[in-house]
Design a protein around this ligand. Structure first.
Ligand code: FAD
Length: 350
C-alpha cells in the first residue's frame, strides 16, 4: 500500500531523502520554511555574481554521492579551480591541505544541489511552511504549522495541520528538531540526544573588490582554529560565478569572532571582517571592498552525532531523522548520505 511520507526541511538531507524515495511506493510531501531548497547549501546573487555563503563545495567522499555527481547532478555542477592551502596560528601560509579530490559547486552556486535532487521527483513541495510541531495519533502523523494553507492543510490558523502521514522525516538542525519533538513521547531519548548536539556559529562575509587578487590558491583554511577568520576563498575560482574583473572573496569568521560580533550591525561587522583580513594577509586592499554582504549561521557546524539506538523505537513508529547532525559530520556529503540511507529504510517499509 502506498505510504504517505512527510519530510520537514529541504536542505540537501531532505532533498536526498525525497530523491531516494522516487522509486518507492510512497507519496512524499516536503515542508520547507524558506522559499527555496538547499538549507545551508546557500548561494546569493548580486551584480552578475553568484557566491556561496554557507557550504563552499561538495566533495564526493561516498560512492553513492559520487554516483549522483556523475548522474543526476552532472549537468548542474562545476569543479572549483584551485587548491585549499593552510593558514597557521603564526599566520604563515602553506600548501598541503588539499588532497586533490574534486570540489564541486553548482554552475549558479552550491544551492543548485538541493533542487537538482528534489525537482525531478514527484514530491509535493510546500515552501514558506514553518513547521511548529508534529503529533502522532493512532499510528499516523500530523504536521502542524501556522503557515500552512491549501492542499490537505486545514487552512492558515493556530491549529493548521497536514496529514495523516505514515512516516515523518525531520531534517532541521538538531535544536530545531528537538523542539519539533517536544510532544512526541516515543521520541524521549531521540529528543534528549538532539538537544545535546552542540553547534558552532559562523558569520560569512562576502566582499566584492575592484582589484583581482592573484593568489596561488583557491582558499585558505585556519587549521589552528585560533585566528579570527577560519576561511578565506576567492569565489572567481568557481567557473561562471563572478562576472567581470575583480575578486569576490568569502570570509568565514571563527565561532569566537562570530560570537563577539553577534550584536554588530552588518556594515560594521563587514568592516571588522575585511579589516581583519587585510591585517592577516597583509593586503591593505582587502579593507576596501566595493560592496559586502553578511550572512549569520547560528547552527553552522557540528562534530556531534547521535547513537543509532535512539532512532530505533521512533523509526518503528514512523518517525525518522536525517541530516549532518545525524551523521555526526557537518559536510554536504554526510548530509546527502544520511538522506539516502533514511530513504532506504523508508522504502523497506513500503
Ligand atoms: C558557513 C558554512 C560553511 C560550510 N562549508 C562546508 C563545505 O565547504 N563543505 C561541506 O561539505 N559542508 C559545509 N558546510 C556544512 C553543510 O552546509 C551542512 O553540513 C549541510 O548543508 C547540512 O544539510 P542538512 O540538510 O542536514 O541541513 P540544513 O541545510 O540545515 O537543512 C535543513 C532545512 O530545514 C529547514 N527548516 C528548519 N527548520 C524548519 C521548520 N521548522 N520547518 C520547515 N523547514 C525547516 C531549513 O530552512 C533548511 O532548509 C558548511 C556550513 C556552513 C554553515
Amino acid at each position: 500500500m502506498t505510504r504517505h511520507v512527510a519530510i520537514v526541511g529541504a536542505g540537501v538531507a531532505g532533498c536526498a531523502t525525497a530523491y531516494g524515495l522516487e522509486d518507492a511506493d510512497a507519496e512524499v510531501t516536503v515542508f520547507e520554511r524558506r522559499t527555496e531548497a538547499g538549507g545551508r547549501a546557500a548561494t546569493r546573487q548580486r551584480e552578475g555574481c553568484s557566491y556561496d555563503v554557507g557550504a563552499n563545495y561538495l566533495t564526493a567522499a561516498d560512492d553513492r554521492v559520487q554516483q549522483l555527481v556523475e548522474g543526476p547532478l552532472a549537468d548542474d555542477l562545476v569543479a572549483v579551480d584551485g587548491e585549499v592551502w593552510t593558514l597557521d596560528a603564526d599566520e604563515s601560509i602553506a600548501p598541503g591541505r588539499d588532497d586533490g579530490a574534486p570540489k564541486w559547486t553548482g554552475s549558479r552556486g552550491v544551492a543548485d544541489i538541493g533542487p537538482a535532487l528534489l525537482d525531478p521527483t514527484d514530491s509535493d513541495v510546500r515552501f514558506d511552511v514553518d513547521v511548529a510541531g508534529i503529533g502522532c495519533d493512532d499510528g499516523t502523523w500530523t504536521v502542524f504549522s501556522n503557515s500552512l494553507d491549501g492542499g490537505d492543510g486545514t487552512g492558515a490558523g493556530d491549529d493548521a495541520r497536514a496529514g495523516p502521514f505514515d512516516d515523518v522525516v525531520l531534517t532541521p538542525p538538531a535544536p530545531v528538531t528537538a523542539e519539533l519533538l517536544r510532544d512526541v513521547s516515543v521520541a524521549d531519548s531521540l529528543r534528549a540526544a538532539a538537544r545535546s548536539i552542540e553547534y558552532r556559529s559562523i558569520t560569512t562575509v562576502a566582499a566584492r573588490y575592484e582589484e583581482s587578487f592573484e593568489w596561488p590558491y583557491y582558499a585558505l583554511v585556519d587549521t589552528s582554529k585560533t585566528l579570527d577568520l577560519g576561511w578565506i576563498a576567492r569565489e572567481e575560482a568557481k567557473p561562471g560565478h563572478v562576472s567581470g574583473d575583480g575578486s569576490l572573496v568569502i570570509f568565514q569568521a571563527s565561532p569566537q569572532w562570530s560570537q563577539r560580533h553577534q550584536h554588530a550591525e552588518d556594515p560594521a561587522l563587514a568592516d571588522a571582517a575585511t579589516d581583519a583580513a587585510a591585517a592577516l594577509l597583509d593586503v591593505s586592499a582587502l579593507a576596501d571592498p566595493v560592496w559586502t554582504d553578511v550572512v549569520r549561521w547560528k547552527h553552522a557546524l557540528t562534530d556531534d552525532g547521535i547513537a543509532t539506538s535512539v532512532r530505533t523505537d521512533p523509526a518503528d513508529a514512523g518517525l525518522h531523522v536525517a541530516g549532518d547532525w545525524v551523521a555526526g559530520e557537518s559536510r554536504l556529503n554526510a548530509a546527502i548520505v544520511s538522506g539516502l540511507e533514511t530513504a532506504d529504510r523508508l522504502a523497506e517499509r513500503t
